[in-house]
Design a protein around this ligand. Structure first.
Ligand SMILES: Cc1cc2nc3c(=O)[nH]c(=O)nc-3n(C[C@H](O)[C@H](O)[C@H](O)COP(=O)(O)O)c2cc1C
Length: 360
């Protein structure tokens, strides 16, 4: 197989194995938090990706922690996304939406003064930005009670049903990068003493309950999920002795489902502790039997090698897709790649968003 070879996962056909990563771009600056014509243009410019995974999209107002992130709970949002999926499909592309709940990486400004929700009342001490307060800090969140947990499961289910109505080819559960699910997985952020804390089975329970709820509203082959097992320090999550056993348990259980894919991010830095798995892709390739996506600072040559050696089924590019809307063609023709400008990652309007030109 090659990066440019087509691929198939269940009912979904991908024209190549160069996938676009979920990338928060903070352009939904309207009261509805709905995608706009600008989103339609941005995503259709990138439709030659084998698969586009949308920016993290909030499942409910309670899930939010970043400015101008679109959602998928209201009719206006479904209508906005419908235009995006139609435009991507018209270009022959495929698009999943990434369903997001940030948990404690939030601030009361997003919740009418109420505390953010998390597995336990532990402040991650992270910088956050809100419209009211500008640059500020996270607070100690409120530990979710069983009603909050059930509401969250229902919110994911409704967002999944809305995703199908909006014409997405599938959804990705954002269970990585220190957000809500990752906060449940990690004993550094989850000190609950009920059925959602303590043992590995308990800490991963919410994820599997959400998968079960989602499969009531969509085929399981249209559900993917993302893990970043060796993420350390970001979001206040720490790699500890039970981290690898927790993720090994999750990945082995995922084999029973026949999901669209498992999306792994490899660590950016090496940690000098015995529990650290440096080769996350190789390790989980051994444990996972389904379609595997690999992400994390890939350049084209290494990406090609990962596919040719069978270590991954597709490679997910983040920053290169921001600045190279025609990334698959550039890779195919060995054309140079443009550098993305971090100053406009989370700014507003077309600058640094829809104005990166295709090559020549
Ligand atoms: C501007 C920006 C926004 C991001 N937003 C998200 C997001 O919404 N959801 C997510 O899972 N990861 C997000 N990430 C992480 C990327 O999906 C990806 O893992 C990261 O950029 C590493 O891949 P790369 O080296 O190819 O850029 C974001 C990264 C960047 C640079």
């Amino acid at each position: 197989m090659k990066l440019l070879s087509p691929a198939q996962s269940g009912p979904i056909h991908f024209s190549n194995r160069i996938f676009m990563a979920p990338l928060t771009r903070s352009r939904a600056d309207n009261p509805e938090l709905a995608p706009t014509e600008l989103h339609v243009e941005y995503y259709s410019q990138r439709a030659s990706a084998g698969l586009i995974i949308s920016e993290g999209t909030n499942v409910s107002p309670r899930a939010a922690g970043y400015i101008d992130v679109p959602g998928l709970w209201s009719k206006a949002q479904v209508a906005g996304w419908q235009k995006v999926t139609e435009a991507v499909h018209a270009e022959g592309g495929r698009i999943f939406t990434q369903l997001w709940h940030v948990g404690r990486i939030s601030h009361p400004d997003f919740h009418g003064g109420e505390l953010p929700l998390a597995p336990s009342a532990i402040n991650p001490n992270r910088p956050v930005r809100t419209k009211q307060s500008g640059r500020t800090q996270t607070v100690t969140p409120r530990a979710m009670d069983l009603d909050d947990i059930q509401t969250t499961i229902d919110d994911f289910k409704r967002a999944g049903a809305n995703a199908m109505e909006a014409g997405f080819d599938g959804i990705e559960i954002h269970s990585s990068n220190g957000y809500l699910f990752h906060q449940f997985f990690s004993s550094s952020s989850n000190i609950r003493d009920d059925q959602y804390g303590g043992s590995i089975e308990n800490r991963v329970r919410l994820l599997f309950e959400v998968i079960e709820a989602l499969r009531e509203v969509m085929p399981v082959e249209r559900i993917g999920l993302r893990l970043n097992p060796m993420m350390h320090d970001a979001g206040g999550i720490e790699v500890t002795a039970d981290t690898a056993p927790t993720f090994d348990h999750i990945v082995k259980r995922l084999n029973e489902y026949g999901l669209a894919y498992l999306h792994l991010t490899r660590p950016f830095q090496k940690l000098d502790i015995p529990e650290f798995i440096e080769d996350v892709i190789g390790h989980y390739r051994q444990l996972y039997q389904g379609f595997l996506l690999a992400n994390g600072n890939y350049q084209p040559a290494e990406a090609e090698a990962e596919i040719q050696t069978g270590r991954a089924d597709a490679i997910v590019f983040g920053r290169p897709f921001i600045s190279n809307p025609d990334l698959p063609r550039r890779i195919q023709n060995h054309w140079p790649l443009a550098e993305a400008n971090p100053q406009t990652f989370y700014s507003s309007g077309p600058e640094g968003y829809t104005d990166y030109p295709p090559y020549e």
